[in-house]
Design a binder for this molecule. Sequence first.
Ligand SMILES: *[C@@H]1O[C@H](CO)[C@@H](O)[C@H](O)[C@H]1NC(C)=O
Ligand SMILES: *[C@@H]1O[C@H](CO)[C@@H](O)[C@H](O)[C@H]1NC(C)=O
Ligand SMILES: *[C@@H]1O[C@H](CO)[C@@H](O)[C@H](O)[C@H]1NC(C)=O
Ligand SMILES: *[C@@H]1O[C@H](CO)[C@@H](O)[C@H](O)[C@H]1NC(C)=O
Ligand SMILES: *[C@@H]1O[C@H](CO)[C@@H](O)[C@H](O)[C@H]1NC(C)=O
Ligand SMILES: *[C@@H]1O[C@H](CO)[C@@H](O)[C@H](O)[C@H]1NC(C)=O
Length: 829
Amino acid sequence: MAFCGLPAVCLSLITIISGCHGNAIPRITFPLDSPGRVVSIFSPPDVYNATTLLLSKDEETLFVGARNTLLSLRVNEWGGLILNRTLDWSPTEKDLSDCSMKGKEKTDCPNFVRVLQVLNSTHMYACGTFAFSPRCTYINSQQFSLVTGGKPEEGRGRCPYNPYQKNTAITVGGELYTGTVADYRGNRPVISRHLSDGGHVDLKLDDTLGWLDEPTFISSASIPSEEKVYFFFSEIGREYDFIDKFTVSRIAQVCTSDNGGQRTLQRRWTTFTKAQLLCQASGELPYNVLQDMTTLQPAGGATEGDTLFYGIFSSQWSVNAGRSAVCVFSLRDIKEVFAGSYKFLNKDTLKWTTRVQEKITNPGECGLHNASDNVLRFVKENFLADKSVLPVNQKLTMVSSDHHYSNIAAQRVQTDNDKEYTVLYLLTETGFLHKAVLLEEGVHIIEEIQVLTRPQLVKNLLLSISKGVVLVGSAEGVVSVPVSNCSYYSSCAECVLARDPFCGWDPSRRVCAVISSIEGSFLQDVDGGLVCGECEECRAPVITPRSRSGSGTGSPKSPAPPGELVSVSLNEVVHLQCPAVSHLAQRHWERQNSQISLKIYMQHEDGSLSFLATPSTLGGYLCKAEENGFTQTLIAFEVRQKSSPTLQPVTPSRPQVTQSSETRQAPTTKWVTMLQDREETPKPKAKELQPTMSVRETQAVTANRNVSENKQDRLKVGVAGGEHQLLAKTPSYLQELVVVSVLLALCISALLTIALFNVRQRCRSRTAPHSPGSQRAGAASPQEREALRGNSPSGGKRNGHANNTAKSPNTLSNGTLNGSNGHLPNTPI
Ligand SMILES: *[C@@H]1O[C@H](CO)[C@@H](O)[C@H](O)[C@H]1NC(C)=O
Ligand SMILES: *[C@@H]1O[C@H](CO)[C@@H](O)[C@H](O)[C@H]1NC(C)=O
Ligand SMILES: *[C@@H]1O[C@H](CO)[C@@H](O)[C@H](O)[C@H]1NC(C)=O
Ligand SMILES: *[C@@H]1O[C@H](CO)[C@@H](O)[C@H](O)[C@H]1NC(C)=O
Ligand SMILES: *[C@@H]1O[C@H](CO)[C@@H](O)[C@H](O)[C@H]1NC(C)=O
Ligand SMILES: *[C@@H]1O[C@H](CO)[C@@H](O)[C@H](O)[C@H]1NC(C)=O
C-alpha cells in the first residue's frame, strides 16, 4: 500500500479525486426553507393530491386538479399563488361504498382529477378517477363552475380507473386526444379521440395485434403545422423477441384530420404509426424506459422541424439502476423515420420483419378517409417504423448516476449578445429541482433546490416563462419556485462563476441581477465561467466576501490579516470552519509564513481544519476556494494564545470551536447547528483527563462520556485513531506530537487510498461504456448482454434472421394481446 508521507502525493491524490466529478453535480444546494431560494408552497388544509396542473393562456391563472376538488389560483410575479375559486367534485357516498365493495383501498376511491384541458374560449374539460369509475365534466371558464344537467359524461377511455396509472390527454381544435387504459383491470390500453362533432367522428385504436403492448403513457404534444398529435410512452418491444419483456420507449402519431375508414377501419385511426425512441450511447445499454417528455418550441426564425423533444429516460437493467439520462429528439428526425419504411408482423410466426410485401402507400400519411380497403388493410398492418429515432447528434444530452429524474421542463434563454442557452428543469425522485444549462462541453447544473419533503408517486412539473416560475404539483401541494435569484450572488466573481444565463453582473450598480433588468452592458460568461475575463476581483487579488459578518468570537480590531480572532490555550485542539460557497470549488488552507503540513494539520471533508495549538501553529489562517481557475479567500482567522487563562487551571479538553460566518450551504448549516447543540453539553470535569494516564487508560475513561463522543463527531469518521491520540495530551506533548503526526499521516493516506479507489470506480462507471467484457457487465444477465449487442437501430432485421429455428412457446404467448400476466401495465413501479 502506498505510504502517503509526501504531501505532494497526497495533493495529487486529492486532485484526482475531486477532478472526476466534472459538471454532473449541482454547484449549489438549497435545502427547503433556505433564504437564498424562496419556495412558495400552496397547501390549504383541505386540498390534497394537487397533482394535475394547467396554466391559462395568459399564464395569469393556474388551474389545479386535486382530490375531489378543482381550483383556480392567481399566479403572482414571484410565483406566489393566491386561491380564487374552489370547485367541489366528489363522488357520492354510494359511489364510494361501491368502490370499497369492489375491494379497492378507501384512500384510492376519491375522485383524483387526471385530465384538465382548455376546450374552447368558454369551456374547460376535466376527467377524474371518480371512485374507480372515471367521469368527465365541462367547466364554465368564465365562472369557473361545473356545467351540470344532462347525464354525467362517461370517462372511460379518457381517464384511468386507478389513480396510480399514468395517462396523457391533450385538446386540439375542441377535440380531446387521450392515451390511457380503458378498463377497470387496466389491461386495455387505448389511444383515442373524443368530443368530435361536425364532420368528425370519435376515433380509437383498432384491436389489431400489437398496436400497443402494455404501454405506460407519458405525455402528448400537438404540432399544428403538421396537423399531427404525438404520443410518448414506453411499452413492451415485441420486435425484440429475444428478450422477454424488453421495454422500449415510443413516439406514436395520429393526424388531426383523420376520420377513420369507410368500411375497413371504421371509427378507427387510419394514420396511427409508432417508432422507437432510442436513448443510448454507443457500446452502452439503452436507457429504455421513458419517464417524462417535454416540447421545446423552435427559436424565433427557425422552422417547425427544429422543434425539440427533451425526454428523461431510465433503464430497466440492473447495471444502470438509479441512473437517468436526458435525450433530445428533433421533429425533423421523427418525421424522417415516420416517412421511411415499416416493419411487418408475420401472423403465422408472430415475428416482426422488415417489409417484404410491395409498398402500397405511406403509412402515417394524413387523408386516407376515402382510401380503398386494400390501402387501409396495408396501413392496418404497417404501423411500426423500421428505423428508430436517434437523439440529436446521436449523443445523450446528459447522464446522471446519482439522481433519478422523474419530470422535465425546458426553456430557451436569450442573453444580450444574441446567444441562446437551453435551460432544463429536472425534478429528482427525492424532491429536488435541478436547474441545468446545456453547454457545448456538457451540462452545468447551476443549482439544486429542495421543493418536496418526501418522494411522490404522482407529480407534475410546469413552467411559466412569462411569470418566471417553475410549478410542481404534488401530494404536498403546489410548489412554485422563481427560475432564478441573481441577488443571491453577492460579488461579480460569484455571479460569473454561477454561469446562470438569467444573471449578469451590473458594473454600475455593483449587483448581480436578472440581465433584462440591467441597463447597459453586463458581465456574464455562461460558457466559460471565467472570472478573470470579466470581473475586476481578478486583478485586485484577495477579497473576503464571506468574512464580513463576524461571529461571536470575531474581533473587528484584529491586526494584520483581518480575520476572526480565535483565542486558544496551548495543547488545545483548534477547529476552524470554512464555509462552502460551491460544490465545484476546491477549498484549501493557507498560512502566512509557514506551510500547512499534513503532519500537523488535518483538513476535513467539509473543508474545516483542525490542529493542536502550539507556539508554532499560532497565527493567521486563510481558507481559500479555487473554482474554475479563480481563487478567492472565503474566511480568515487569527489564532492567538489566551492572554490570561480564565477557565480551569487544568487545560480543558474541550476544543475551541469557532463558527464561521453565516453560511448558506446545507452541510455547513447542519454542521453549525450540530456544534451549537454541542455547546450546551456539560463541560467535562478536569479530573477526567489526568496527565499521568496512558493513552489506553484515557480512552477507557472517556469512551462512554459525551465529551469523547463530541470530539469523535468533530473530528469525523475515520480519524478515530488520531483523535484518541489527540485526547491523550500530556505536558510533554512534543513527543506525542511525533506519534500523532505519524499516525495521522498513516490514517490520511489510508483514507485517501480508499477514497481514490471508490472515486475511480465511480468515475469509471460514470464515464466508461459498459462493455460486455467489463466487470460490471459481467454481472449482467444474458438478456442484458443480448440487448447490448442487439440494439442496433435496425434491430428488426435480427428478428427475421435470428437463429430462431425452434419457436419458443414463450414467444407465441407473448404475441397474443393482453397476455394474462395479472399485472396492471401502467402501474408505476
Ligand atoms: C434571493 O437571495 C437573497 C439573498 O440570499 C435573499 O435575501 C432573497 O430572499 C432571495 N429571494 C428569493 C425570491 O429567493
Ligand atoms: C365550447 O364547448 C362547449 C361544450 O361543447 C359548447 O357548449 C360551447 O358552445 C363552446 N363554445 C364555443 C365558443 O365554441
Ligand atoms: C376570480 O375568478 C373569477 C372567475 O373565474 C374571475 O372573473 C376573477 O377575475 C378572478 N379574480 C382574480 C382576482 O383573479
Ligand atoms: C370522401 O369522398 C366523398 C365523396 O366521394 C367526399 O364528399 C368527401 O369530401 C371525401 N372525404 C375526404 C376526407 O376526402
Ligand atoms: C394522495 O396523497 C397522499 C398523501 O397526502 C398519498 O399518500 C397518496 O399516494 C396520494 N394519492 C395519489 C393517487 O397520488
Ligand atoms: C450525555 O448527554 C446527555 C444529554 O446531552 C445526558 O442526558 C447524559 O447523561 C450524558 N451522559 C454522560 C455519560 O455524561
